[in-house]
Design a protein around this ligand. Structure first.
Ligand code: MN
Length: 249
């Protein structure tokens, strides 16, 4: 009994000491892992498929941190918040399906889903369509996608020239899109804000984000330089596989 009591006092003293020690080192206390936030909705932020600095020097790590961790995360959060306002509407967790069936979205949350659901879909695709420079020879693209690129858009050089022109002409925020249109032809177009090509009946293959948040830290006002640089880090293998899948579907 006495031993147990002495033991308990010892434990208490140790705990108090530990508390004091932590109190003296607030920085240490802050490194304790934070509790995982409660899930707030059906959609989640996908991790980047490479390191933040993987696209350097063409896209800098700081831009990637802000773009993915803050901007994309905010679209996901706001999309979930909008959906929480209409609990009887249960769209599942496939963002592309949700946007394809946009007319089924309740009127009261359509604007929020258009902007934030579009933002989630566009950025989820964007990360996947990029890769570290030099991963593949950018000039060597094979197969049906390469043929379609030649037939529909006049080839890779023409595609890049036309995309640069569209990017320069786009006023304000938006994206330059390479899509498969309703007739299954490759088409280049621009859409404002976070409007998804899926809302227009097009299937997005690759988009260049020309919102200032995508390039301003490194390229400042020189949007054309950013668009020129992005070709160094495009994942054409991913895009041509996506094309093949869409053509079969
Ligand atoms: Mn963006």
């Amino acid at each position: 009994m006495l031993t147990t009591r002495r033991q308990a006092l010892k434990t208490l003293a140790a705990a108090t000491l530990a508390g004091t020690a932590l109190g003296n080192f607030p920085a240490l206390a802050q490194t304790a892992p934070a509790a995982a936030p409660a899930p707030t909705g059906p959609f989640t932020l996908p991790p980047l498929p490479y390191a933040y600095d993987a696209l350097e020097p063409h896209i800098d790590a700081e831009t990637m941190h802000l773009h993915h961790d803050k901007h994309h995360a905010a679209y996901v959060k706001k999309l979930n918040e909008a959906l929480a306002k209409e609990p009887s509407f249960a769209p599942g967790n496939d963002i592309e399906e949700l946007l394809k069936n946009f007319s089924s979205v309740p009127q009261s949350i359509q604007t929020a889903v258009r902007n934030n659901g579009g933002g989630h879909a566009n950025h989820s695709l964007f990360w996947q369509t990029l890769q570290p420079a030099g991963t593949i020879d950018q000039r060597k693209i094979f197969g049906p996608f390469q043929q379609a690129l030649a037939d529909d858009l006049g080839g890779m050089a023409k595609l890049q020239e036309e995309a640069a022109k569209l990017g320069a002409e786009l006023f304000g925020s938006g994206w330059v899109w390479l899509v498969l249109d309703g007739g299954k032809n490759l088409t280049l177009l621009t859409l404002p804000n976070q409007d998804s090509p899926l809302l227009e009946g097009h299937y997005p293959l690759f988009g260049i984000d020309v919102w200032e948040h995508a390039y301003y830290l490194k390229y400042h006002n020189l949007r054309a330089d950013y668009i020129k640089a992005i070709w160094n880090v495009v994942n054409w293998d991913f895009i041509s596989a996506r094309y093949d899948k869409a053509m079969k579907g």
